[in-house]
Design a protein around this ligand. Structure first.
Ligand SMILES: *Cc1c(COP(=O)(O)O)cnc(C)c1O
Length: 499
């Protein structure tokens, strides 16, 4: 490529801006070609661990290198090891597709290099967050008095909300946790569904709630907390109480019956927190909003923007009705961090980090680009596409959809009609074939004692053609597996061949 007149062409030690320009231009070219190939890219990495280690490895660099060459070799090393999460036929986990508008805003965020901790350090970043906070409360139809924190994801959003809950409940019990800490505090009982996301347990751990201290509430066949079981558990529970409900189960997409759970929790003076990493967005979609009925009765909510809103990583949101509790739990103060006043919101009061990127810019750009209606339309489209995929698969003999597809999630098993062990083996083999075919990506999991394939339709570029093409590939893989097994292998040998 041509060099800039001012480009020394040397190393990153160069004081000349030309080298930086070459780096940015190289990244720009790679980004454009990656974007153009989004639909045709393989849905999973093509390089294995050893190949990647070789591509990235080598001795510790002693001397610098040309910035453009570094970026060039980064792309060459990384691209074979990329998963197709930003593509159209990736259904592997509940992950968003990093929409280009958010990515473009995120580039500028990095170039601008703002430290978004406080208003004085990053005025535009702070104001973008302040505006986006209100837009999000409006779009998700949450109480307007909520404080909002922008985090790295739902794990940390759950952490923020539960820290606020812990502080508020203990304050009511006469204990000042911010001053006196956790040791010796009155115990808080945490009730949580058996199907809570593993990351919620992690965030509870960071707050001093060990796994054995939690009261686990049984769930139904879709993974929803059983209100009768919660009622029974609460009957014998005294003192400060947190109940954690889930909106959007990572396998089935199911919602806990939050309306009933809110009544039970608040009757006991408890704090209801909702993990709605992706399910909370159903509230932004009139056609699906009834799934999330009563969710606004909770006291705090965690969600992700890097899932259904398609924001680039890392972006989550924490909403807390008791803004004072939120702020007390998270605030960071120092003499050299001037306090904003006059209605100005300082980000450092609402999230765990001090120095951090200005997450408000990408969110602002995405919300402007989609609009309320665009978000609703995308969510509805994904739910309809999930149903389309379910119908296509269910029409094929031997394929069973194990969940009621009311959101964007499918739980699939292959080998319907076979013995349980055989179904598991056939499912594992079919998933491997689907992945090897390279048309789409879906992964396996264990669900209710069964091996299953999970499908999440949650990526902005996914179209009906992508769904049909992927369903065809899944069905072809299943037919090949079935044919192989129909071919005279004695029953006893079949399983052995699989594992
Ligand atoms: C993804 C997810 C989380 C964790 O979110 P991160 O953004 O990965 O931290 C928590 N709960 C549910 C239901 C999720 O789907």
């Amino acid at each position: 490529m041509s060099r800039n007149p001012g480009d020394s062409g040397n190393t990153c030690n160069s004081s000349d801006v030309g080298d930086g320009r070459a780096a940015l231009e190289t990244a720009y070219r790679h980004a454009l070609s990656f974007h153009a190939a989004r639909r045709s890219q393989p849905p999973a990495a093509t390089a294995d661990f050893n190949a990647l280690l070789e591509a990235f490895g080598g001795p510790t660099p002693e001397t610098g290198a040309s910035a453009a060459e570094v970026i060039e070799s980064l792309a060459a090393a990384a691209e074979p090891g990329l998963m197709g999460t930003a593509g159209a036929r990736f259904f592997g986990w509940v992950v968003g597709g990093s929409h280009p508008v958010g990515v473009a805003a995120d580039w500028l965020t990095s170039v601008w290099g703002q430290n978004a901790g406080c208003y004085q350090g990053a005025p535009a970043g702070a104001v973008a967050e302040q505006v986006v906070a209100q837009w999000l409360l409006d779009i998700l139809r949450l109480p307007s008095e909520c404080a909002v924190g922008f985090t790295t994801g739902a794990t940390m959003s759950n952490f923020v909300c539960l820290a606020a809950a812990r502080g508020a409940l203990l304050r009511r019990a006469g204990w000042d946790i911010e001053a006196d800490g956790m040791f010796g505090a009155p115990p808080i009982t945490v009730h949580i569904g058996d199907d809570a996301h593993a990351s919620v347990l992690a965030s509870l751990r960071y707050l001093g709630f060990g796994a054995r201290s939690l009261v686990r509430i049984p769930t139904d066949e879709a993974g929803r907390m059983k209100p009768a079981a919660l009622r029974a558990a609460l009957a014998s529970c005294h003192g400060p109480l947190i109940v954690i409900a889930q909106a959007g189960h990572i396998m089935t997409g199911a919602f806990d019956p939050v309306d009933e759970i809110a009544t039970l929790t608040h009757a006991r003076g408890g704090w209801l927190h909702v993990d709605g990493a992706f399910g909370l967005w159903a509230r932004a979609c009139p056609a699906r909003a009834q799934l999330a009925q009563g969710l606004d009765r909770a006291d705090s909510w965690a969600t992700d923007a890097h899932k259904w809103l398609q924001a680039p990583y890392e972006c989550g949101c924490a909403f807390v009705r008791d803004a004072d509790a939120h702020r007390r739990a998270m605030t960071i103060g120092a003499s050299y961090l001037p306090e904003a006043d006059g209605g100005i919101r300082d980000p450092l009061h609402y999230a765990p980090e001090l120095s951090r990127r200005a997450r408000g810019f990408a969110l602002w750009a995405l919300l402007r680009a989609f609009g309320r209606q665009g978000i609703a339309a995308m969510i509805e489209r994904h739910c309809m596409l999930a149903q389309r995929m379910a119908q296509r698969l269910a029409a094929e003999p031997g394929i069973e959809i194990l969940n009621h597809v009311e959101l964007n999630q499918l739980v699939v098993q292959f080998g319907a009609g076979e013995a349980a062990q055989q179904r598991d083996a056939l499912t594992v083999e079919t998933i491997a074939r689907i992945q090897a075919a390279g048309v789409c990506y879906a992964g396996g999991a264990r669900w209710r004692e069964r091996e299953v394939m999970r499908v999440s339709v949650i990526s902005w570029p996914t179209s009906a053609e992508d769904i049909d093409h992927s369903a065809d590939s899944m069905i072809a893989a299943w037919r090949a597996v079935r044919r192989r097994h129909a071919n005279a292998l004695p029953d006893s040998a079949r399983i052995a061949v699989q594992v």
